[in-house]
Design a protein around this ligand. Structure first.
Ligand code: FDA
Length: 310
């Protein structure tokens, strides 16, 4: 089921047709407050008031025209201005291919560099999402260049990739802010773990390495952060058992979740002392992103189909 859904995420014809169906549009609302930024701000307000950190991502990926990337960058600049007038710090989470990585890596870097400058002035953070395996090297390169000039930049690493321990080692000298996720794409067994126990074990080992690297005040001052991007609260708690035994307090383990998924668990973890963040997605190019959410939990397909019932 996961493989089929991830194939559907990549299929061009389905990408054009499925989003037009009303029941699909209704079902996506579970994960996305709306297509426009105002819906995202409205959804973020009560979470921020409850003390959570907020990240925004405007859905979109693999752009083919540089003009589209320029428009995305301009959009994010306007979000930062709007956040400033609301007095609310908003972090941004951006896919490099959404700001032109497929077209012109230098133009992509220039957009991210400009956003990082503005976001740092606003006291927020810029996070780079991690896309499919061919983008790992260029994304790491972008991150190293950005981090050489900005403290408040983070990167997502995927625990299912066999290469990730080496990638984390490569980044450790620059005090990285890392959001560790399990991984959402359909990668072959030659480069990725494909069973849940393997992915969870890899995740736990990487999280401990990351927590150790981000534990000192000096590392934090340089911008190191250990963010667990997962809805798997049992895994978070297992990791915390190990880190607390190593005298790393749980307020050094951030938990980042997606809007609409296990929100009550995130509130519970926040009450237990973990800094909590919600990533709010919005925008009209939601189809591949939504299919990846279905693939993560095929029971979500039933939820989508239920929208067909009167
Ligand atoms: P797992 O899949 O084991 O789920 C744990 C529990 O959470 C499940 O039992 C279920 O109850 C619930 N759950 C998980 N997913 C759900 C869903 N879609 N719907 C309903 N319930 C669900 N990936 C990537 O490759 N690149 C990236 O940049 C990012 N960025 C990112 C940011 C943030 C903040 C998060 C939380 C996740 C990502 N991801 C990502 C996605 C990530 O790789 C992964 O696919 C999902 O988080 C699902 O895996 P979990 O870690 O949640 O565990």
């Amino acid at each position: 089921m996961r493989t089929i859904l991830l194939w559907m995420a990549r299929n061009r014809t389905l990408r054009e047709r499925l989003p037009r169906l009303r029941f699909v549009r209704q079902a996506v609302r579970r994960f996305m407050p709306g297509e426009d930024p105002d819906s995202a701000f409205a959804a973020a307000a009560p979470l921020a008031e409850a003390g959570q950190g907020i990240l925004f991502t405007r859905l979109g990926e693999n752009l083919t025209e540089l003009a589209e990337a320029d428009e995305v960058a301009a959009h994010y600049r306007s979000i930062l201005e709007q956040a400033a007038t609301l007095g609310r710090p908003i972090d941004l989470s951006v896919k490099p291919t959404q700001v032109g990585l497929d077209i012109d890596a230098e133009a992509c870097f220039a957009h991210l560099d400009d956003l990082a400058t503005r976001i740092e002035a606003a006291g927020s953070w810029l996070w780079l999402d991690m896309e499919g395996a061919p983008y790992v090297d260029p994304t790491l390169d972008l991150y190293e260049r950005l981090k050489a000039q900005h403290r408040n930049v983070g990167i997502c690493l995927q625990a299912y990739l066999r290469r990730t321990p080496a990638d984390l080692h490569r980044l450790l000298p620059i005090a990285p802010a890392v959001r560790l996720v399990k991984g959402a794409y359909d990668e072959p067994a030659t480069i990725a773990y494909r069973t849940r126990p393997e992915v969870d074990a890899a995740y736990q080992a990487l999280a401990l390495m990351l927590a150790e690297a981000a534990r000192t005040d000096e590392a934090q001052q340089r911008g190191a952060r250990c963010a667990l991007g997962t809805h798997d609260s049992g895994l978070v708690e297992r990791i915390a058992t190990f880190t607390e035994a190593a005298a790393i307090p749980r307020d050094r383990l951030e938990v980042h979740m997606l809007f609409g998924i296990r929100a009550a668990e995130l509130r519970r973890l926040a009450a237990d002392g973990f800094p909590a963040f919600t990533l709010v997605a919005y925008g009209n190019y939601w189809y591949p992103w939504y299919m990846r959410r279905l693939a993560e939990r095929p029971a979500n397909v039933l939820f989508a189909l239920r929208q067909l019932l009167p």
